[in-house]
Design a protein around this ligand. Structure first.
Ligand code: HEC
Ligand code: HEC
Ligand code: HEC
Ligand code: HEC
Ligand code: HEC
Ligand code: HEC
Ligand code: HEC
Ligand code: HEC
Ligand code: HEC
Length: 264
């Protein structure tokens, strides 16, 4: 009973309860320890076992506390039960979703609370690989980027993985517009979504009278070098506004030349 090390009060209680059992079991063969263990586990109360288990080198924490004894003590063998996570979670049952590709020492990264939560202090993609997983990237399975073969380094440039997205854009059509392949220039690093891009556009479209307009309001074709001001600024009304302006012409390049900031 030394290895259970209960509180003095408990010793009295346990001794009282176990003594008759020890006498009975003493007749069977086995070490004194085994007998004591057998005696102890013959007790039906689960609270006892979980609590007194905390005195072993392997306190039952997290999910382990909810298991039945037999799940770890196969065939009710208590002695020599492995404490190494890998023995139970890989040799006995292949629990590692990544098949040891991240290493065999599960406890370097995990604890018995859950496989899902990996404490960033123990393992973080940024510290380990130099590439921070943010936004949608954080929610992905590792395989989404690494495939099923292993954790070989992947290119970090957005376009390396998102060229199809770039080629598939319709509004604005990035290819036709000749947008640079460095997505971060307009989309940032956060990978939260493709909407809400910010980019430098000399003619103000994020503030002023022209804020929030669809690109296609001015860029009537997929060639973003061409634009039109005339759809909204009707000829008669616009001409009237310029009755005293020399050099006025009703054409988009002329409008832009005199109103490069969309104001007057
Ligand atoms: C998650 C796995 C797990 C569960 C569940 C578990 N145990 Fe254990 N148990 C262990 C491990 C590992 C050891 C070895 C600890 C050590 O080496 O100190 C151990 C040791 C013991 C020992 C001491 C054996 C010795 O050699 O000294 C007893 C007694 C014991 N467990 C009883 C129980 C009982 C009763 C239950 C059910 C309430 C239980 N255990 C549930 C893993 C478990
Ligand atoms: C170097 C760190 C590291 C080691 C060592 C490691 N893992 Fe993991 N494991 C991770 C990371 C990171 C994840 C992914 C967690 C996530 O999705 O954020 C993971 C995920 C898992 C998952 C899937 C969780 C889920 O539900 O998606 C299981 C199961 C798992 N590990 C079991 C093991 C086992 C068993 C071992 C030991 C044989 C082990 N791991 C060793 C880092 C590690
Ligand atoms: C003596 C065997 C044994 C040892 C040692 C052991 N485990 Fe377990 N563990 C189990 C068993 C059995 C389960 C229940 C598995 C199940 O039902 O999916 C379990 C469950 C878990 C779960 C919960 C799985 C789930 O589906 O929610 C996690 C997480 C876990 N163990 C992590 C660890 C870590 C980390 C270590 C090492 C520190 C470890 N285990 C050591 C036997 C063991
Ligand atoms: C959004 C894509 C993406 C996701 C999701 C992702 N990774 Fe990575 N991973 C990368 C990139 C990119 C690199 C290369 C970084 C570098 O070389 O600077 C990398 C590198 C690594 C490396 C280092 C490889 C080496 O040999 O240097 C490991 C290990 C790794 N990732 C594990 C994981 C695990 C585990 C997960 C799941 C929890 C995961 N990755 C999810 C993109 C991703
Ligand atoms: C190693 C591959 C890889 C790299 C590098 C990468 N991504 Fe991703 N990204 C993915 C995968 C896989 C997804 C999930 C599938 C999808 O939506 O395309 C994703 C999803 C996204 C999403 C969400 C798309 C949606 O529909 O919600 C955005 C936004 C995104 N990435 C932006 C970026 C940006 C910006 C960069 C550069 C800083 C980048 N990604 C670098 C692989 C990568
Ligand atoms: C010059 C700026 C700029 C660059 C560089 C850029 N984008 Fe965009 N992107 C935008 C703007 C502006 C939008 C529209 C945003 C909105 O609707 O809120 C957009 C929208 C998108 C959309 C959604 C629109 C659709 O039709 O599906 C995707 C997908 C996208 N970008 C992918 C990319 C990828 C991938 C890259 C890098 C390879 C990239 N973008 C580079 C400015 C840019
Ligand atoms: C109110 C009219 C207007 C709207 C709306 C507008 N643009 Fe423009 N755009 C212009 C004008 C004027 C120019 C020429 C001056 C400049 O470069 O800012 C231009 C130039 C551009 C150029 C540079 C073409 C080149 O290579 O010279 C790109 C790319 C572009 N716009 C993309 C967009 C995108 C993407 C949107 C939607 C998010 C958008 N524009 C919305 C008026 C507009
Ligand atoms: C999608 C419709 C639309 C397009 C296209 C458009 N505008 Fe406007 N613009 C407006 C509206 C609406 C106002 C505010 C009402 C007004 O002053 O007529 C405005 C106002 C203006 C003003 C007066 C600003 C002020 O501060 O009073 C100027 C100058 C102007 N636009 C120039 C242009 C130029 C140059 C172009 C082409 C590059 C253009 N607009 C394209 C809708 C448009
Ligand atoms: C030669 C330069 C020039 C050209 C070309 C020109 N404008 Fe103007 N615009 C002006 C000046 C100067 C004013 C101020 C007139 C005034 O207040 O008497 C003005 C006034 C305006 C106003 C009225 C602003 C207000 O406060 O009501 C609008 C709208 C406008 N222009 C739009 C346009 C559009 C659209 C075009 C192209 C069809 C255009 N302009 C072409 C110089 C120009």
């Amino acid at each position: 009973m030394i290895y259970l090390r209960p509180k003095p009060g408990l010793i009295v209680l346990l001794a009282g309860a176990l003594f008759p059992l020890l006498l009975v079991l003493g007749a069977q063969k086995g070490t004194g320890q085994e007998k004591a263990v057998r005696a102890a586990t013959a007790k039906p109360a689960q609270e006892w076992t979980a609590k007194s288990h905390d005195k072993t080198n392997f306190p039952l924490i997290g999910k382990h506390r909810t298991l039945t004894c037999r799940e770890c003590h196969v065939n009710n063998v208590f002695e020599g039960t492995p404490t190494d996570c890998e023995v139970c979670h890989w040799q006995r049952r292949q629990d590692d979703r990544y098949g040891l590709r991240l290493g065999t020492r599960c406890s370097d990264c995990h604890n018995p609370m859950s496989w899902k939560k990996v404490d960033p202090a123990k393992w973080s993609h940024e510290a380990e690989a130099g590439f921070r997983l943010e936004g949608v990237h954080r929610t992905l399975d590792c395989e989404a980027c690494h495939g099923s073969g292993g954790f070989a380094p992947r290119p970090t440039a957005c376009a390396a993985c998102h060229l199809n997205d770039y080629n598939g854009t319709a509004d604005p059509d990035h290819r036709a517009a000749g947008f640079p392949l460095d997505c971060t220039e307009c989309h940032g690093n956060s990978a939260n979504g493709w909407t809400g891009a910010s980019f430098i556009h000399d003619f103000p479209i994020q503030s002023g009278k022209h804020a929030g307009l669809a690109c296609s309001e001015c860029h009537r074709t997929s060639d973003f070098r061409s634009f039109s001001c005339l759809e909204c600024h009707e000829q008669t009304a616009t001409n009237d506004k310029h009755s005293r302006t020399t050099g006025y012409a009703y054409s988009s390049p002329a409008c832009y030349a005199c109103h490069p900031k969309g104001a007057h």
